[in-house]
Design a binder for this molecule. Structure first.
Ligand code: PRP
Length: 183
C-alpha cells in the first residue's frame, strides 16, 4: 500500500518507494564490488527484513544464497535488553562462509551486536551487516555496520517491513507514525 492509503496515520513520509529503490541499488553495487569472486550468504532477520531482503537480493547482479533467522529480545516492555533468544535458527552451516546479515533497522544496536558475535562464533569467514535504516541517536552499543541505507531520526517509523502491532509492514514507503495511532 501507499501512504495515501493510510492517510492520517503518518505525520511524515521519510522515504518514498523511489528513495528506497535508488539507495538499495547503490548498496548493491558496493556489495557486488566488495564480494567479487567470493560466495555470499545473505542472512535475513525475520520478520522486518523481508522487504529489504526481497529487493536487495533481486537487485544484486550475482548469485547469492539466502537463509533466515528469527530472534526475540527479552526485556521489559518495548525496550530491548540485549538478551536475545533464537526462535528459528539457520539451516546453513556457516563454516568458512562469507555472511551478510540483512536488516531493516538498527535501533539500540543490541540485537545486531549479539547476532554478529553469534554467527562469527560458528566459524564464518566473515560476518558483515547491511541495514536499510539506522537510528544513530538511539544507539546503546556501537555496531560496525558495513552498509547503511539511511540514518534516520529517533522517531517511531513504520513501513517497508517495519510494523506497529504487526500493521504497516506492507507500506511501500517509510513514514513516521502519528501519535494518535498508538496513544
Ligand atoms: C527490529 C529489527 C531488528 C531489531 C533492532 O526487529 O528488525 O531486528 O528490532 O532493534 P535493536 O537495534 O534495538 O536491537 P523487531 O524486534 O521489531 O522484530 P520484527 O523484525 O519481527 O518486527
Amino acid at each position: 500500500m501507499e501512504p495515501a492509503d493510510i492517510q492520517g496515520d503518518l505525520t511524515e513520509v521519510l522515504l518514498s518507494e523511489a528513495d528506497i529503490r535508488v539507495r538499495i541499488a547503490e548498496l548493491c553495487r558496493e556489495i557486488e564490488h566488495d564480494y567479487a569472486g567470493r560466495g555470499l550468504l545473505l542472512v535475513g532477520v525475520l520478520r522486518g527484513a523481508v522487504m529489504v531482503m526481497a529487493d536487495l537480493s533481486r537487485e544484486l547482479r550475482r548469485d547469492v544464497e539466502m537463509d533466515w533467522m528469527a530472534v526475540s529480545s527479552y526485556g521489559a516492555g518495548t525496550q530491548s535488553s540485549g538478551v536475545v533468544r533464537i526462535l528459528k535458527d539457520l539451516d546453513t552451516d556457516l563454516t568458512g562462509r562469507d555472511v551478510l546479515i540483512v536488516e531493516d533497522i538498527i535501533d539500540s544496536g543490541l540485537t545486531l551486536s549479539w547476532l554478529r558475535e553469534n554467527l562469527q562464533s560458528r566459524g564464518a569467514a566473515s560476518v558483515e551487516i547491511c541495514t536499510l535504516l539506522r537510528k544513530p541517536d538511539a544507539a546503546k552499543v556501537e555496531v560496525d555496520v558495513r552498509y547503511v541505507g539511511f540514518d534516520i531520526p529517533n522517531a517511531f517509523v513504520v513501513g517497508y517491513g517495519l510494523d506497529y502491532a504487526e500493521r504497516y509492514r506492507n507500506l511501500r514507503a517509510v513514514g513516521i507514525l502519528a501519535p494518535s495511532v498508538y496513544s
